[in-house]
Design a protein around this ligand. Sequence first.
Ligand code: FAD
Length: 409
Amino acid sequence: MKTKYLILGAGPAGLSFANVLRQRGEENFTVIEKEAQAGGLCRSQDVDGSPLDIGGGHFLDVRRPEVCRFLFGFMPKDEWREYDRDSRIRFTPGFVPDADKREYEIHHPFEANLWELPENIQKPFLDSIAAAGCNAGQEMPEKFVDWISWKLGDLIAKEYMLPYNMKMFGDNLNALGTYWLEKLPNVSYEDTLKSCREKKAAGSQPGHAQFFYPKEYGYGELWLRMGKALGERLITGVSVTELSPADKRVTLSDGTVIEAEIIVSTVPWTSMKLTGVPQEITDAVSKLIHTSIEVTYHPEDMNTDAQWIYYPSNNMDHHRILVRGNFYEGAKGYWTETRTERYHAQAGDINFHMEYAYPVNTIDKPKAIDSILRYMKGCGVYGLGRWGEHNHYNSDATVELAMKLAKEL
Ligand SMILES: Cc1cc2nc3c(=O)[nH]c(=O)nc-3n(C[C@H](O)[C@H](O)[C@H](O)COP(=O)(O)OP(=O)(O)OC[C@H]3O[C@@H](n4cnc5c(N)ncnc54)[C@H](O)[C@@H]3O)c2cc1C
């Protein structure tokens, strides 16, 4: 079989790329997806009468108007509801600066909302931030663990950032680099001090400060519609098992061989056998690490206005809870998100496993992915999206990159 454009994967990246081609009148393309449904990590499923995002809670950020316009072409704006973000961090008893050992909840990000804690607890945190390396003129460290203390102080590192990131990425935080931390909200010591004095948040806000969620469906409905728009050019339920970049040829799990003029790969490089590639590329691929998550439904209602809550405490397996009634009217219950290694299955759990959830930003990664992308591009194979570029992109950023690449090719 031959096709002009071959697109591997029908998550947001592959679907957006293919739909831009279609909208400009290109008909000679094929999309291959291993799951039965399009949508990738952004799929949803009805559970207990309301949608549940099976790849974890997914919201459409309002900040990329061109992306939103493109997506509203598939699901019109009046089918979405807009929300202001209400996300929190919950500290279970054992929070060190608190002699009474109570449970505390403050809004996220911590350093902008420290003022919500009792004053006697604010003080040691403020002292610790004031003494942080970035405020003492020390050079920025290169390792993640050192960077956290340098930027936020030892106490926020110890009580929140390090335990939370260990839950997300595992114990070896020293393997992580710092190049991806610009994603964190930038709140200075002066901002934190100001927020404690004025009793309101200060500093830059995190992503999704305002976001859309569909009124009648889960987030997955958007991507199902984009898949439907592709008609028979989207082939689901079959995976790419082998890629030979120099021949621009792939082999599928049912034995079909497809040759293409251009291949756009949005699937993890580690999910298929790469044939005929130099050893240096095989070595680079072996350096790409990811984590998996479990998304587990709980039917009990939670008494909170937050849409989601972060849990840094090691006492519980999950790191985040999504309270779906606060972004989908009438929904009951909540779901937890847990890194697979920490998950202890209970009988009767309604649970969804996502093998490829987070690309891990190791110190080695930028060099490894650069050499893979450079080699592949030289063959006419383009890496795109969260897995094609092994980067923590949100779906709106992924769509933007796909729109850009489709215009270029
Ligand atoms: C817990 C969590 C929460 C998130 N929250 C948000 C949020 O609130 N807002 C937001 O915008 N983004 C969020 N994201 C990020 C979002 O999921 C990604 O940006 C988006 O899914 C990236 O799209 P993609 O197409 O690059 O990758 P994916 O969605 O992973 O799609 C890749 C596709 O390739 C397919 N595939 C894989 N291997 C093969 C193979 N060998 N052969 C064929 N097909 C294959 C997969 O089945 C999948 O359909 C979140 C991610 C996670 C994990």
